[in-house]
Design a protein around this ligand. Sequence first.
Ligand SMILES: Cc1cc2nc3c(=O)[nH]c(=O)nc-3n(C[C@H](O)[C@H](O)[C@H](O)COP(=O)(O)OP(=O)(O)OC[C@H]3O[C@@H](n4cnc5c(N)ncnc54)[C@H](O)[C@@H]3O)c2cc1C
Length: 356
Amino acid sequence: MNTATSHLAPTAADAVVIGAGPVGLFQVFQLGLHGLRAHVIDALHHPGGQCAELYGDKPIYDIPAIQVCTGNELVQRLYAQIEPFAPTFHLDQQVNTVQAQPGGGFLVGTAQGTQLLARTVFIAAGVGAFMPRALKLPGLEAYEGGQLRYRVDEGTSLAGQRVVVHGGDEPAVQQAIACATAPEAQRPARTTLQHRRDVFDAPPALLEQLQTLRAAGRIEVAIGVASGIVEEQGRLTALELTTPEGQPLRLPLDLLLVRLGLVPRLGPITEWGLQLERKQLVVDPATFATSTPGIHAVGDAITYPGKRKLILSGFHEATLAAFAAAEWLAGHKLPLEYTTSSERLQGLLGVWKPGN
Ligand SMILES: Cc1cc2nc3c(=O)[nH]c(=O)nc-3n(C[C@H](O)[C@H](O)[C@H](O)COP(=O)(O)OP(=O)(O)OC[C@H]3O[C@@H](n4cnc5c(N)ncnc54)[C@H](O)[C@@H]3O)c2cc1C
């Protein structure tokens, strides 16, 4: 599977799928059966949408022919199924714009600068782009990407820094443990976990590890409500807290890692000129076309009479949407073929053998 980073010039694509949730992934499969190569964009760092983000380890019982699997297992299976079609993934990217082009097709642009020129677009955006929940303090936003990080990536240097991790749930606890247990050369000089009360919500094994690291002095815990920041000569130097006793406290820092979890934001989709009903995209249930020809929508993001927000329904929608888009591009009706018996489909899947 391909991954791609930002481009300046638009890259031509048969299809752009917005959202790598279960329905977006199956959309790639159905497009592949029509010989259409897809680029997939997601705001998350990994595919899977709600299945991976909200219930990765929980069981699902209503996927046809799979008695039970976890959210993560379903994503792995869907991912493996689309491998023959070699989609290109653009992860950690939020689609901001979808603009119809005078010569046909759509220019799809992300906040991170990727530009794709797509013949057809599929919106599988679910409940919206999963974005980090922000810490809102006056003046703090200006440090985002520098001393304020919502995600630690390969380029984030922790070595020798006074790192404050803000949050009280699993992501924050996990982050503080990761800092304190990093190899010595990359380890912060000090790791402080900052939360409004001395109660953390994380699986027992993580809480136990946190306790051990606290006892060993490798993680400090600062309790209080974050109320402001301290700046000196254009640098963020401390977080201001109000302790449970009502006392002000300054927490010196070099790097603030905010780990308050993710929230879905429908955001820009509402600005693409598509017909919406109660923040859901209105589609034709025969073709899953939106109000703009060439743009289809599937999964939790859509509404039509009888719509149920189930993965199974999304799979059906993706199948009909792919047929409709392929016919729209071809300009004529396409025959139904079975993967069991069609040499063409088996060729696309890379499984064709003489005498199949
Ligand atoms: C706790 C829970 C349990 C569930 N259990 C079941 C179950 O047992 N069976 C069942 O059938 N269903 C279940 N569901 C519902 C199921 O998860 C959803 O129906 C399904 O995830 C919808 O898939 P989707 O691909 O349409 O959207 P999502 O899974 O929401 O994926 C959408 C993706 O699009 C991305 N995105 C959105 N906007 C943008 C943008 N502008 N730019 C970039 N990326 C964007 C998001 O980051 C996200 O990754 C459950 C849901 C929850 C919350």
